[in-house]
Design a protein around this ligand. Structure first.
Ligand SMILES: C[S@@+](CC[C@H](N)C(=O)[O-])C[C@H]1O[C@@H](n2cnc3c(N)ncnc32)[C@H](O)[C@@H]1O
Length: 524
């Protein structure tokens, strides 16, 4: 196994502060986010906590625990092993709760590993001894990793990871899988089975939910006169097999969510798989941010307070808020070519190819001009008054363009990082394409933080002996759709964006999402 030596005990300096994330509408990170646990019981194993000398059951934190009084609030950091770590967006979010420390991060790309090492060495991670394992997860033996970290099976609190999703992403070509058990999704299961974390969190794209094990070409499908689909060709068959292979004593709560609904300045759908082997039921919080509730559709503008926000919902956070105060001297860029800029120059903020004269649109888009659907990213110029669309790994692609609202150029790396809510002090290493890939691949930091709070609360309950729900009464798998799809189309009409303070849309299409929550139980 390659990678860093084990945990070190030298003191490192922090160059950034948790306040970096404390923007309007974003709860500030817990104090002590950067306070690394500075003692180690023995090489390779983190201390039980700042106040307890032994890794005993109390795991030593709240003074009430030590004195025998009933504990009310836990303060220790739970341990995390991170797979497919990328630039650690998810992990920064978890650690941002002040309740987790990442013991090890496994990532195969050398430049991405350098990013983790650099930020760790600058004090940016909660655990200064974070072990960076530069390795292919598929070739990594979980027992070796556990030995290196001084962990026994069952000891780590949380295993997290986002196995690469390209094969399942609906925005890419839907290759899906032919031999699923040889894929990285199943490697994640292998780590769960051997490490036996109390909880796990696996993130992925929504396309995973409907991915099929075997792909039937469109011209051979039943609707084109072909025979009925085999079970392995049915949408959702990847997930079905994954659930079958998940070890029996883990139960699963799956949530389809959107980062914008929790105050991220970005529309980004993700699926979060929360697994646990302690008979627990995970609930993900309801959205805190959203579009206004439609009261009178003919008198409503997006974001308008008068329009009446759905009860207790804050308005979506915008690109303008994300970029506030950002000044860059030497930005990292992947810009559009002069030809691309000539088209984008004709597009107003908040619009896309639809704003171009039809002949220019046809000329510039080729066959895509005649395609059905999937064209909203073509020649897209963003609006300061809306949340950003999903940050991608290449901001300068014609079909997934991320053009600055007022300048005809692609968003810079730091602008993308702001939208993903990486702290400004979090640095990225590698060639520009590698840096953009790290940012574009990341889980929005905020989504990691919301998930982290959910998990910390559940782990606290477990530690404090509060009764968890009894496992055998719970469905083994629960799937919850939490308003993840945001219908952005209603924000644009005929190349015009309908935003705060502008003429409103009278098509009565504004309003709360049609489906806010839908729960499905599997396997009970
Ligand atoms: C979706 S990204 C993870 C993003 C990360 N969780 C974050 O929030 O920043 C998936 C990562 O897995 C890495 N990866 C892909 N295949 C891998 C493999 N076989 N072994 C280890 N890492 C791999 C990719 O380089 C990429 O950084």
């Amino acid at each position: 196994m390659s990678g860093d030596p084990g945990p070190r005990s030298d003191t490192r300096h922090s160059t950034w502060r948790p306040g970096a994330l404390a923007k309007p509408g974003f709860p500030s990170l817990a104090p002590g986010f950067l306070r690394a646990v500075k003692t180690y019981k023995r090489a390779g194993r983190p201390a039980a906590g700042p106040y307890c000398e032994t890794r005993c059951h109390c795991r030593g934190v709240a003074s009430g625990v030590m004195s025998g009084a009933p504990p009310t609030r836990m303060t220790q950091r739970y341990t995390v092993v991170s797979l497919f770590s990328g630039a650690m967006g998810l992990d920064i979010g978890l650690e941002g709760t002040g309740r987790f420390q990442t013991l090890a991060a496994v990532e195969k790309e050398p430049a991405f590993c350098d990013t983790i090492r650099l930020n760790r060495d600058q004090g940016g991670t909660a655990h200064e001894g974070l072990v960076v394992v530069e390795s292919d997860v598929g070739h990594l033996c979980p027992e070796d990793l556990m030995a290196r970290l001084g962990l026994e099976a069952g000891e780590v609190d949380l295993l997290v990871g986002g196995p690469p999703c390209q094969a399942f992403s609906t925005s890419g070509r839907r290759a899906s899988v032919q031999d699923p058990r040889g894929t990285l999704l199943w490697d994640f299961l292998r780590f769960v089975a051997i490490m036996r974390p109390k909880y796990f969190l696996m993130e992925n794209v929504r396309g995973l939910m409907s991915a099929a094990l075997r792909h039937r070409p469109i011209h051979l499908r039943p609707e084109k006169g072909g025979p009925a689909l085999d079970p392995d060709e049915m949408p959702g068959s990847v997930l079905r097999l994954f659930l079958e292979d998940l070890q029996g004593d883990y139960r699963l709560d799956i949530f389809e969510v959107n980062a914008a609904n929790y105050g991220a300045p970005q529309i980004r759908e993700r699926v979060l798989f929360f697994g646990n082997r302690v008979g627990d039921l995970i609930e993900f919080p309801a959205p805190t941010h959203g579009v206004p509730k439609a009261t009178k559709s003919d008198n409503l503008t997006l974001f308008s307070e008068e329009g009446g926000l759905a009860e207790s919902l804050l308005p979506f956070r915008t690109l303008g808020e994300a970029l506030e105060g950002l000044v860059e001297e030497d930005p990292v860029t992947l810009d559009f070519s002069p030809r691309k800029k000539s088209f984008l120059a004709m597009v107003p903020p908040g619009s896309n190819w639809r704003a171009l004269p039809p002949e220019v649109a046809e000329l510039s888009m080729g066959r895509a001009y005649h395609a059905k659907g999937g064209r909203s990213g073509w020649w897209r110029r963003l609006s300061m008054d809306l949340p950003s669309p999903t940050i991608v790994t290449m901001p300068n692609h014609a079909s997934t363009a991320l053009c600055h609202p007022t300048e005809t150029r692609a968003l810079t790396l730091r602008e993308c990082a702001r939208i993903q809510e990486f702290p400004d002090e979090w640095e990225f290493v590698g060639r520009p394409v590698e840096q953009f890939a790290q940012v574009g691949n990341a889980v929005p930091v905020r989504l990691g933080q919301v998930a982290g709070q959910v998990l910390a609360d559940r782990l606290d309950s477990l530690e404090m002996g509060r009764a968890l729900l009894v496992g055998d009464k719970l469905p083994p798998v629960r799937q919850v759709y939490l308003q993840s799809h945001i219908r952005t189309r209603r924000w644009y009409k005929d190349g015009t964006t309908y935003i705060r303070g502008t003429e409103c849309d009278t098509s009565s299409d504004y309003g709360p999402p049609r489906t806010t929550r839908k729960e499905t139980v599997r396997g009970s």
